[in-house]
Ligand binder design. Structure first.
Ligand code: 8DG
Length: 147
């Protein structure tokens, strides 16, 4: 929407979400959204909404603890890319971080299932539309190439 002053305004309230690409041995961890949630059945990167007063990195460390039972040093979260897209009645801004080290073995505490996906598997999994551009960013990382 463009106001009379020419400023572009977004009518939908913003939804700020953080997520992690946890990479190990050429694979990335994805989880399946459970029944009864938005986008149920789709495969996503673990993470969630930033709560008031949280930094993005603190929010993501909290979500990874809650969802997977892993301990993460917020300083180990490396900004990778982001998505900006309409989502229902909101506008989603999804910040994707890369993570190569954590403590603990991820377990599905919220998700229906977890999978360590290589690039071929990732391309076959149904994902939320906002995540699709992430695949090309992840491809060189999963091939072990530095970016
Ligand atoms: N975690 C995550 N959320 C994603 C991805 N792609 C995508 O469109 N989303 C959307 C789905 C949801 O609308 C929103 C995340 O909200 P959520 O409900 O999972 O967050 P949360 O864990 O804080 O959940 P809750 O406490 O509100 O139940 O972002 C992704 O790759 N990872």
């Amino acid at each position: 929407m463009i106001s009379e002053s020419g400023v572009v305004r977004e009518a939908r309230p913003m939804l700020l979400v953080v997520a992690a690409a946890m990479i190990k041995g050429g694979r990335v961890l994805v989880q399946q959204r459970p029944e009864g949630t938005a986008l149920a059945g789709l495969w996503e990167f673990p993470g969630g909404k930033i709560e008031p007063g949280e930094t993005p990195e603190a929010a993501l460390a909290r979500e990874l603890d809650e969802e997977l039972g892993v301990t993460v040093d917020p300083a180990a979260l490396v900004p990778l890319t982001f998505a900006s897209a309409p989502l229902a009645d909101r506008h989603l801004v999804l910040l994707l971080y890369r993570l190569d080290r954590w403590e603990g073995v991820p377990e599905a505490r919220h998700a229906s299932a977890l999978a360590w996906a290589d690039m071929a598997a990732l391309r076959r999994l149904p994902m939320p539309p906002a995540d699709l551009p992430f695949l090309e960013v992840l491809a060189p990382l999963l091939r072990g190439e530095a970016v």
